[in-house]
Design a protein around this ligand. Sequence first.
Ligand code: BES
Ligand code: MN
Ligand code: ZN
Length: 499
Amino acid sequence: MMADKSLHEMFSFTLDMEKDNVVIPVCEDVAVEEAYREEYAFLSEKGIFTGKSGEVYTTLDAARKGVLIFIGLGKEKSVNLEQVRKAGFKAAQELSSNKVASACMMISKLSGLCYRETTKAWVEGMLQSAYTFDKYLAKKKNHTGLEMSFFIKEGKEDKVKSAIAETINLMDAVFLARDLVNEPAISLTPGSLAVIAEKELTSLGVEVEVLGRSSAAELGMAAFLAVAKGSSEEPKVIIMRYKGDKESQRLLGLVGKGVTYDSGGYSLKPKDSMVTMYDDMGGSAAVIGAMKALALNDVKRNVTAVVLATENMVNGEAYKPGDIIGSMAGKTIEILSTDAEGRLTLADALHYIITKEKVDEVVDIATLTGACVVALGEQMSGAFASDDELMKRVKNAAEKSAEPTWQLPLNEEYRELVKGTRSDLKNSGGRWGGAISAAAFLREFTGDTPWVHLDIAGTAYLTAGKGYLPKGATGTGVKTLYNLALETPESGCGCGEKN
Ligand code: BES
Ligand code: MN
Ligand code: ZN
């Protein structure tokens, strides 16, 4: 957890000072800066370091009383932003393992990439190296922090300065989401999630409204409350309103699944699948993180987010398989599995945000189905849409964020899977196509409002670290939802350069 020190305190990025230690990004097919040509010629001749992507070589620079860290980027034309992030991550790790707390680096223009986006990727990669969740360890990991100076072409400084600040804020929000997901359910309850959302967002000018069980009942959230019945923790409705653009009427809606613990209920999960089910509020962490990033960066957009937070537990009052429950939208639902609880909470959240908050379009994000993990692994999130244009914007935002998604179908035929016999709907469509039938269930609650559903069951929490992503919580969705809010039909990166 980063609670003791903020990212802004741990990292500084300036654009002027020369430092003793130098990071030298190298493309295998481009001449190295004059000053390091001799060292590089030696390394490449011996085949020690040739600038290939992923290579790193550190050497003492006696003359300058510092270290030189060569970082490989591969062939110049093929370098993309993700490789830059990875190189930044490697560079920061290498600096830290060499106990180096300050360094400088030249940021060069790469084919097809603008200075602004390239700088953001360097900064993000470096910041990615700073995350740990060590609050429950007696011996804390030692994060030293880093003072970086970038050299950049004259005239481009102002463009990258704001990009640096924006990226630190965004990563701060990603780390908040990770902390929320990594926190065990014994301390991260619906109540404490609501308190954290209030604490993190209110001071930034986001309006946060929290409702308890009785207000949820008054609103008619019968599906949500059925899930909550089995828990002694009071369920919470968390509504977050960010008004960054008072002149505009346009309102984006975000909904995040906020099941702070999923035991499966009476359709109890096998014991091993239950261990990590404190991560079942990954969707809510993503929307809270995105709201924080928007507010920190003063983004000129209007966004409202809703989280219906509850535990899915077992007690004498819990809902049961075979029950028929209502919903805020008025549709009745037969419970085939109390473990298909996420879609019940999302059904009411979607109906609420569309009818009461009057959003123009809505994206929900949820650790919804094991079937999605079977289909796409931990590499990609599943995406579903009722609207192609919104899907396109979500895909763009996800790609820009290096949070890959893969669209799965949602044809009319899949509706059959969730049609009820004793009731309007049933909450499980069975094993086959389980990620799709879950989406088909949600579709019944979104009407004509453009809607995209992201299933992050595989990507919110990793069983092993992957590149710059740590084992455990990834904070996936924060960057995508933030970039989605920024996205406009004609938006480029906004730096004014051709690319
Ligand atoms: N929270 C789970 C989905 C999940 C599985 C998240 C693995 C992260 C990792 C969800 O509530 C669930 O239990 N879904 C059921 C649905 C089924 C009963 C129709 C599932 O996927 O098995
Ligand atoms: Mn479940
Ligand atoms: Zn769940």
